[in-house]
Design a protein around this ligand. Structure first.
Ligand code: SF4
Length: 319
């Protein structure tokens, strides 16, 4: 089976979702349509490096709409600790099931890819590994260390799960000093039971607050999907909660339903509404805001990191 055939094998990827009725999302508005990626040039180089080093990317696993743009700029988000997640969030296209054992050489291969691709900034995410005692914290630490060793000038952004609220695990990862600690709240608390049933809203919020308490120099970042049935007031409340937890950077993007068995799409939020969210978020005190239909946690992460640093310096200079 080829890599693409494997990605399309829906029943095997999401056995727990097969009992759901089909809920079709309807036609995408023009503002959400993107050009199909062209498998040539830098895009193809990115794909080849990932294949050669046997690495998984969330770009492919999650069916991200930005893959054509990102890979053509040699920007990919690596997904460590396997391709199979122990959770079964209803919005997510990553396969669910019993994961394989950890690959101890994976951190070095990620670092080799970062070096070979000449990345200024890398984003590393993972599947949730609730089967591991530390939730995969030590593997994250090793990956950060290997990137520092082989590509010392690359800044590192991590996007882990919630480690089930194991604060020792969170602290261990924080002390490895990623430049950005990103952890997505994904949706408003009222939708957690249906959208993110294995997670807890306040646990995720507390995780981000704790990162800042342990090391205030690390930027914290979190993202929300909209179009799942939340109200704009609920989005505003999440922004307030994030600011109370000292989160620096918020990303807001349109939820896109990966298959008819996934959480139903409630609506396509217009570009004008995204602009209103952006204005509202800046007014609430975020250092950085990215709010648009195609915003994803790791979209333009390198450029955004540079802007984030400048925004902090400007704020400190004014203080
Ligand atoms: S936005 Fe992130 S996940 Fe999507 S293609 Fe770009 S790097 Fe990959």
């Amino acid at each position: 089976m080829t890599y693409n055939e494997k990605l399309l094998d829906r029943a095997k990827r999401h056995p727990e979702k097969q009992k759901n009725p089909d809920r079709k999302a309807g036609t995408k508005p023009d503002w959400i349509k993107v050009k199909a990626p062209s498998p040539t040039g830098v895009y193809e180089d990115t794909r080849q490096i990932a294949r050669k080093l046997n690495l998984t990317t969330v770009c492919e696993e999650a069916g991200c709409p930005n893959i054509g743009e990102c890979w053509a700029k040699s920007h990919a988000t690596f997904m460590i600790m396997g391709e199979i997640c122990t959770r079964a969030c209803s919005f997510c296209n990553v396969a669910t099931g019993k994961p394989d054992a950890l690959d101890v050489w994976e951190p070095t291969r990620v670092a080799k890819a970062v070096k070979e691709m000449g990345l200024n900034h890398v984003v590393v995410t993972s599947v949730d590994r609730d089967d591991l005692k530390d939730g995969g914290a030590a593997h994250f630490v090793k990956t950060i260390e290997e990137i520092r060793r082989l590509a010392p000038n690359t800044t590192v952004e991590i996007l882990p799960g919630d480690f089930r609220g194991d604060w020792d695990a969170v602290d261990m990862v924080t002390r490895a000093k990623p430049d950005v600690f990103n952890h997505n709240l994904e949706t408003v608390p009222a939708l957690y039971p249906t959208v993110r049933p294995g997670a807890r809203y306040f646990r995720s919020l507390r995780l981000l607050e704790r990162v800042k308490e342990v090391d205030a120099s690390i930027f914290t970042k979190s993202g929300l999907m909209v179009g799942l049935g939340e109200t704009n007031e609920q989005v505003g409340q999440v922004m307030d909660d994030m600011r109370a937890a000292n989160i620096d950077f918020i990303t807001i993007g349109q939820y896109l339903q990966p298959t008819p068995k996934h959480a139903p799409l409630d609506r396509y939020v217009t570009p004008e509404e995204f602009q209103k969210f952006e204005k509202m978020a800046y007014a609430k005190g975020f250092l950085m805001v990215s709010s648009s239909p195609l915003t994803r946690s790791s979209h333009h992460a390198g450029e955004d990191f540079a802007r984030l640093k400048t925004a902090r310096e400007t704020k400190l200079a004014k203080a």
